[in-house]
Ligand binder design. Structure first.
Ligand code: ADP
Ligand code: MG
Length: 734
């Protein structure tokens, strides 16, 4: 990939120079927080732990919410029955054990007018949080308990570590706190205030042109940065937020657009003829009619492959929407045109399964070959996985290099240096969320020695909401498979809480198996460790085989088994030789056994929405009704409750993706690209659709057609800084 075209910083604004103009973000990011009063080594480390190392970080360490002190009541005026905020000092805190092992923490707080108590059930850590002497804000409903004013489980913000440090102001910012590190909200407010004062002499630059600001009704940057921390009024706070949200989104869009334009200007691909005997035979021999969506997407892909501009397309399609056929179509266009295609999968199990599926679909296919008698030869499909034997591997590598191999299926092994294709022209990456950007780049590079870039199709079954796709994958074209093949049976989802409910679930599972169906049992996710997960699956397998599933044929599948054993187990399950398969999440993606109608996910509260949706997608693939059981603790965390309720409520991957985004925030979308310093601190991809669109349009206007920001040196410098900051070796690598 090519870098964005960073134009030179405007004269007098270059980072190190003794510039006298307003401070740029780059300059603010070059000033360490240790230069502020009261930030010694200990505070500095605590701030670094929450991602604040520079003045830029601090000014964009945004309040989590605000306490409107005009609506704050002195304790004496807190009326029983009302919902209010009080700001008071902690006088005493105590904790005691209730029946059934529950814990009660009681706190007395007081301001100059009176005393109020608060009680917390089952939140033992409150005792530490609400240490005596701290100033806190409590928000909740005032109750009367034996003649005293009391709040039960109020919302708590620790404002200050010491009592009495009362700040005035109408609307007070509450910062995300890191209590363990001893950072409380008024400390942050003080440092932010100091930083702002010290920026006053030079001011803060605003590289967004006036005409754009006027058109969008945006506040100036300096004003917005002040008002977000100390809003004179709530409308001011919203105006500030809008401006800063726009800044974040504009930076991302400018970067994506310049990357894309640079790529298009410099990369040369391979033009294909997307028709021919091989493609015709493939379509003729399909066992079913394509869905309309499959036909449309194949059309998009054909159009891309026909041009010299390398395809860069994301294919989104919910589980079971039939992405494999689309991939195969693209790979066959490569073969039809005398090139090679590669299909890369995230796990061994999935690569093997793709290989088996493709082998069945391609059985008996002939490739045009003038050197042969009869003018054709059998199509050659190869599997390259990390677990191939050395001899197999050597043989496959030779076939890849001399062009004998037409289509290669593999895992990350395809990315190794030793893999060199004769003429790779189409690369399909399945379940992309597990691949990084740099790996994508590496695969594209390994394909050819003539500097031409293979076409790339990235497929994901984790649907991404449109706004997120525009931002995270702004450099890709997007196609969507929004139609499931006919004949799918709906999946009933049940959330099973606690051991008693689980017992009756196992009875149901046995009944299904006795009726001739098959079941998956997914084991708890222990850690990000394959060996621990493998051990837990092995143990669960033994337990179930001796208990709930005794007498049935129960297989075991996990990542640590030798490849031959894995393949054998999968084959036995596929052919109905096993009744149940106890597995780790290796079965998460891609596995396709229509007779399997039961999915049991143990400790489902430990999984994320996307993963659970993937797992559920393993059933509902045949003509029999399917059931998915999500088994959780009796008492899951609030966030787990939200997730499981969402999954029980809908089967629609896109709806779930939106919900997931709301629950998680945006950070995780950016996977490896972000390293704790998030691109989007304020903008919400779930809520700020209009701003995403506005930023996208603005980027198109600002950046000419050649990818340069020549007319906007301030923005160019900012993007250049931003790109290097989000990924230090960004420029070197691309
Ligand atoms: P995905 O990878 O998108 O989750 P697959 O490509 O594995 O989905 O397809 C799921 C199942 O649907 C497979 O068994 C496949 O053979 C079948 N299938 C795909 N396209 C069609 C179609 N047009 N009509 C009927 N079945 C289809
Ligand atoms: Mg698939």
């Amino acid at each position: 990939m090519s870098p964005p075209r960073p134009s030179q910083p405007a004269a007098g604004r270059s980072p190190g120079a003794a510039a006298k103009g307003p401070l740029t973000l780059r300059e603010l990011d070059a000033i360490g927080v240790e230069r502020l009063n009261g930030v010694g080594p200990q505070r500095r480390k605590a701030l670094a732990d929450v991602g604040v190392e520079t003045v830029f970080d601090l000014l964009t360490y945004y309040p989590r919410r605000y306490v409107d002190r005009t609506a704050q009541a002195p304790v004496s005026e807190a009326a029983v029955g009302s919902e209010i905020t009080v700001v008071a000092d902690v006088h005493s805190v105590s904790s005691r054990r209730l029946r059934a092992g529950r814990r009660l923490v009681s706190v007395d707080v007081a301001d100059a007018t009176g005393v109020l108590s608060a009680v917390f059930f089952n939140q033992p850590w409150r005792e530490r949080q609400l240490a005596e002497g701290r100033t806190v804000a409590l928000f909740g409903k005032v109750e009367n308990y034996r003649g005293r004013k009391q709040m039960t489980n109020p919302v708590v913000d620790v404002l200050s570590a010491a009592a009495g440090g009362d700040r005035t102001g109408k609307i007070v910012a509450i910062y995300p706190q890191s209590e363990n590190a001893g950072i409380v909200t008024w400390d942050v407010a003080n440092w932010v205030g100091e930083a702002q004062r010290r920026c006053e002499a030079r001011g803060i630059s605003d590289p967004v042109p006036d005409w754009l600001r006027d058109r969008l009704g945006l506040a100036g940057r300096a004003r917005a940065l002040a008002a977000i921390h100390e809003p004179p009024s709530m409308p001011d706070r919203w105006a500030a937020r809008n401006r800063l949200v726009f800044d974040e989104l504009l930076r991302v869009q400018l970067m994506l657009r310049s990357q894309r334009l640079a790529r298009e200007a410099h990369e040369l691909g391979i033009a294909h003829d997307p028709s021919g005997s091989l493609i015709e035979a493939f379509h003729r021999r399909l066992p079913y009619t394509l869905t309309g969506a499959q036909r449309n997407v194949m059309g998009d892909i054909d159009a891309d492959l026909a041009t010299l501009r390398p395809m860069h397309r994301l294919l989104q399609g919910d589980v079971g929407s039939g992405k494999t056929l689309v991939a195969l179509h693209a790979l066959l266009v490569a073969v039809q045109n005398d090139h090679q295609g590669a299909l890369m999968a995230p796990t061994e199990v999935l690569a093997e399964q793709h290989y088996i599926a493709l082998r069945a679909l391609l059985d008996g296919f002939e490739v045009p070959d003038e050197a042969r008698l009869g003018g054709t030869r059998p199509l050659r499909l190869c599997l390259l996985s990390g677990s191939s034997s050395a001899a197999q591997r050597r043989e496959v590598l030779v076939e890849i290099a001399d062009g004998t191999a037409d289509i290669v299926v593999g895992t990350h092994a395809l990315l190794e240096e030793s893999v060199s294709f004769a003429s790779l022209s189409v690369v399909v990456v399945d379940e992309q969320h597990r691949f990084g950007v740099s790996q994508r780049a590496r695969l594209r590079e390994s394909g050819r020695d003539d500097q031409r870039i293979p076409h790339l199709l990235v497929m994901t079954a984790t649907p991404i909401p449109r706004t997120a796709a525009m931002t995270v994958y702004g450099d890709l074209d997007v196609s969507v498979l929004d139609e499931l093949p006919p004949g799918r049976t709906p999946i009933a989802t049940q959330w099973v809480q606690g051991p008693l409910a689980a017992e009756s679930m196992w009875v149901e599972v046995r009944r299904e198996i006795e009726a001739g169906r098959q079941a998956y049992v997914v084991c708890p996710l222990i850690a990000e460790s394959e060996s621990l997960d493998a051990r837990s699956a092995t143990q669960m397998h033994a337990e179930l085989a001796a208990g709930a599933l005794a007498g049935l044929r129960v297989g075991l599948l996990h990542g640590r088994l030798p490849p031959a054993a894995k393949e054998d187990t999968m084959t036995r399950f596929r052919t109905g030789d096993l009744d149940a398969l106890v597995a780790t999440t290796v079965i998460e993606v891609g596995i396709d056994v229509p007779n399997a109608t039961v999915m049991v996910v143990l400790s489902a509260d430990r999984f994320g929405i996307a993963q659970l949706h993937q797992l559920r997608g393993r059933v509902g693939r045949g003509s029999h009704a399917s059931t998915c059981y999500f088994v959780s603790d009796e008492d899951p965390t609030p966030i787990a409750i939200e997730r499981l309720s969402a999954l029980a409520a809908t089967n629609d991957g896109f709806e779930l993706a939106e919900r997931d985004l709301e629950l998680r925030g945006e950070g995780t979308l950016f996977d490896e690209r972000q390293s704790g310093r998030s691109d989007l601190k304020l903008a919400s991809l779930a809520r700020d659709l209009t701003w995403v669109q506005a930023a996208r349009d603005a980027a198109a206007e600002l950046i000419g057609t050649d990818g340069a920001l020549d007319d906007h040196p301030g923005l160019a410098d900012e993007i250049d800084w931003f790109a290097s900051r989000r990924d230090p070796d960004y420029l070197q690598r691309s």
